[in-house]
Design a protein around this ligand. Structure first.
Ligand code: HEC
Length: 144
């Protein structure tokens, strides 16, 4: 009996690991954080805040941690196109394309994280590069 209970709770744990209680809220929170982080860098690139290489580097690290929270299968389960969401139905029609857009963003982010901008001009270029990764996905997979 004890063994059976153990086996059952192990299965329950395994299920919990690949399940988000509120995937729409979770993915929107991750995206919002991302928007805020890039927004902070954009302010610096525009000269609204002073350029600070240490802040750039720290912000990019936060973007990396933010990206690591993304598990597409958990955050975009079937049926989660319904609700308070701007996720386009196309995500579930072309899951491979959606994952490819996510992979592309990962690559771009890694490039930027590997060599954080040391001056305002480089920062502007890096934001454009990053923004291409965001836009590449939003254009096809986010509703207006
Ligand atoms: C792989 C696809 C993908 C990538 C890459 C991506 N996004 Fe998103 N983003 C989405 C989807 C899908 C939504 C809509 C989520 C929802 O409403 O459920 C979204 C929503 C958002 C939102 C609105 C959040 C809200 O509901 O308030 C912001 C802000 C955002 N993204 C910023 C960014 C930024 C900045 C980047 C790049 C640094 C980025 N995203 C990269 C797919 C992506």
């Amino acid at each position: 009996m004890r063994k059976l209970i153990l086996a059952i709770s192990t299965v329950a744990l395994a299920v919990t690991a690949a399940y988000a209680a509120d995937p729409i809220a979770d993915r929107r929170a991750i995206m919002k954080e991302r928007g805020n982080l890039v927004g902070g860098l954009a302010k610096m690139a525009k000269g609204e805040t002073a350029f600070d290489a240490a802040v750039v580097s720290a912000t990019l690290k936060k973007l990396e941690a933010n990206e690591q929270k993304v598990d597409i299968d958990v955050l975009f389960p079937p049926g989660s196109d319904k609700g308070d969401t701007k996720a386009a139905p196309r995500i579930w029609e072309d899951m491979a394309g959606f994952k490819a857009a996510n992979d592309k963003y990962q690559v771009v982010l890694q490039q930027v994280v590997a060599a954080p901008a040391q001056d305002v001009a480089a920062l502007g270029a890096q934001i454009n590069t990053l923004g291409g990764g965001c836009g590449g996905c939003h254009q096809s997979f986010r509703l207006k």
